[in-house]
Write a protein that binds this ligand. Structure first.
Ligand SMILES: [Zn+2]
Length: 527
């Protein structure tokens, strides 16, 4: 036996408040479980958001229509004050409507690619020789300019493969799909000094002289100026996975039609070119631009409160997605989960004391823009508060890491705030929930809860089992309905509904950091 006294003390500390809490809420928690297990709407919501409205790129008609549908759906559940809230995205909407790619010589075959957002279409079929531009490694601006100068005549009229083929090694030891209980408990253990901090990976290399974005933009400008027909990038991932982001200038005139090709097709063409074969390719890309997309929308609906209705508990996730799949795990399922958590409370007849507000964000993928615009508009910052709203927000709950069940929560604020959330989650250990820990980071990054943390408001981010998120679905062409595990997302909805109930009903607001302990606003580091 090791240190029996402290172990007993620990047990007491763990279970005494837990037992009191379960007695208090056992009735409501049983009803929450019963509603979700018997009458779940979560997979139906997921189906509509993905199959009917996906992909949901910010500024696109699809995303707006998804928001309008979500409002109607929440109204049919008895929610009120449903509306789209505009904010200035500043870029047109963009949609890829049609796309095909083929190799026509020395063999005939179809090629698997995804179109890069905010790049132009091909205006009909483009058939041209392939040329592979072997990019210099970590160039500075002068080296890149000198290199590109030597490539001018070679890219004219060509379909240009930009960069060497990436060798993706076969992964013999894929990462675990679930986290162990021990690991999750350690992360959310309030007494663990390293808990909840995340484990950053070290990087010995000094930063390159130019960022990938700077190189990209210079290459784009070069290809436009020198008459390249299409730009092709290597997906550089295994099993046909493709991640296609955007032309970050959002200006279609500043790029040629651009796709990301699966690593296997890119490799095949690279090897044929290395043989000395002439390779002919054929692309047809139809993209459409929507000027009205400059105004984007956050989707809002409420369950109005009673005696404390001017105090607000928010919950949500981002509704926008990237374009190469239907954005199921990132993040239709997060939206479906938060809509569901609120729906459960309505369905079991809870009359919340505080107003519950669901917010489905846009512009997350382009830089967490929609939630930041909302926070700025409604709350201000700790340093420049909009009163009284700033002091009326109890918390904002966010989920955005795929299909894996919620295993714990990171709460911006003092340890006492995390303790409230931990008590609400304690009855759900059977669903794998370990607890909650406090964070005081005001850095914006990762997801929308950080927009709240950034201004000193209590953002709560749920940590989830990874399942296939980082390995397969996050931002990829494989992010579809099929990748969502119903049991897991129902478990998340149950635990979050119980947390929401606690925050909407308890006498006090969630404790906040005293002014003296509020960390200073970090200076933005985004490139
Ligand atoms: Zn996301």
């Amino acid at each position: 036996m090791v240190r029996p006294v402290s172990a007993a003390a620990l047990l007491f500390a763990l279970f005494a408040p837990l037992a009191a809490q379960s007695r208090l809420d056992s009735g409501i928690n049983a009803k929450i479980r019963e509603e979700e297990n018997g009458h779940s709407q979560i997979m139906k919501t997921l189906h509509v958001l993905t199959d009917v409205y996906g992909p949901r790129v910010t500024g696109s008609p699809n995303l707006k229509a998804a928001g309008e549908w979500a409002i109607k759906q929440m109204q049919s559940w008895g929610f009120t004050n449903g509306h789209l809230e505009p904010w200035d995205f500043g870029h047109p909407g963009w949609v890829n409507e049609r796309f095909s790619a083929h190799i026509t010589a020395p063999v005939k075959d179809q090629l698997t690619c995804e179109v890069v957002a905010w790049t132009p279409g091909t205006d009909g079929t483009v058939a041209a020789p392939a040329y592979q531009m072997q990019m210099p490694n970590r160039p500075d601006a002068a080296q890149l300019a000198a290199f590109l100068d030597g490539e001018k005549v070679k890219v004219k009229g060509k379909i240009v493969l930009v960069g060497k083929h990436t060798i993706v090694p076969v992964n013999i030891t894929p990462p675990a799909k679930r986290r162990t209980d021990e690991d999750v408990r350690a992360q959310y253990d309030p007494d663990n000094p390293n808990g909840g901090r995340g484990r950053g990976r070290g990087n010995d290399q000094p930063p390159p002289p130019m960022t990938a974005r700077q190189i990209d933009e210079q290459v784009d400008a070069f290809l436009v100026a020198n008459g390249a027909r299409v730009r092709v990038n290597d997906a550089a991932r295994e099993h046909g996975q493709i991640i296609a982001f955007n032309n970050r200038t959002y200006d279609l005139a500043k790029a040629v039609p651009t796709v990301v090709m699966r690593n296997e097709d890119y490799g095949r063409i690279s090897r044929l070119l290395a043989d000395g074969s002439a390779v002919e390719l054929e692309f047809n890309i139809v993209n459409k631009v929507y000027p009205e997309g400059r105004t984007a929308y956050n989707t809002i609906a409420e369950i109005s409160g009673s005696d404390k209705k001017d105090e607000i508990v928010m919950l949500g996730g981002h509704l926008d997605s990237w374009q190469s799949a239907t954005g199921a795990t990132d993040n239709a399922i997060g939206c479906a989960t938060m809509m569901e958590a609120a729906r459960i409370l309505k369905a079991i007849g809870v009359a919340p004391r505080r107003t519950i507000r669901v917010a489905l964000w846009s512009g997350e993928e382009e830089g967490i823009l929609g939630s930041q615009a909302y926070v700025k508009e409604h709350f201000g910052t700790f340093e420049n508060q909009k009163q009284p709203e700033y002091s009326k927000l109890v918390a904002y709950l966010n989920i955005d890491s795929g299909t894996g069940r919620a295993r714990g929560a990171g709460v911006f604020g003092p340890p006492a705030a995390a303790a409230v959330v931990r008590r609400a989650l304690a009855p759900f250990q059977d669903l794998g929930v370990a607890g909650a820990s406090a964070t005081t980071s005001r850095v914006i990054g990762g997801t929308d809860s950080t927009s709240f943390n950034n201004v000193g408001l209590p953002g709560i981010g749920f940590g989830q089992d990874p399942i296939e998120y980082n390995t397969h679905t996050h931002h990829t062409n494989l992010d579809t309905y099929e990748r969502v595990i119903e049991d897991d997302v129902k478990a998340s909805a149950i635990a979050i509904a119980a947390t929401l109930y606690e925050l909407a009903m308890r006498d006090e607001m969630l404790p906040r950091l005293p002014a003296a302990q509020m960390p200073p606003l970090p200076t933005p580091t985004r490139p």
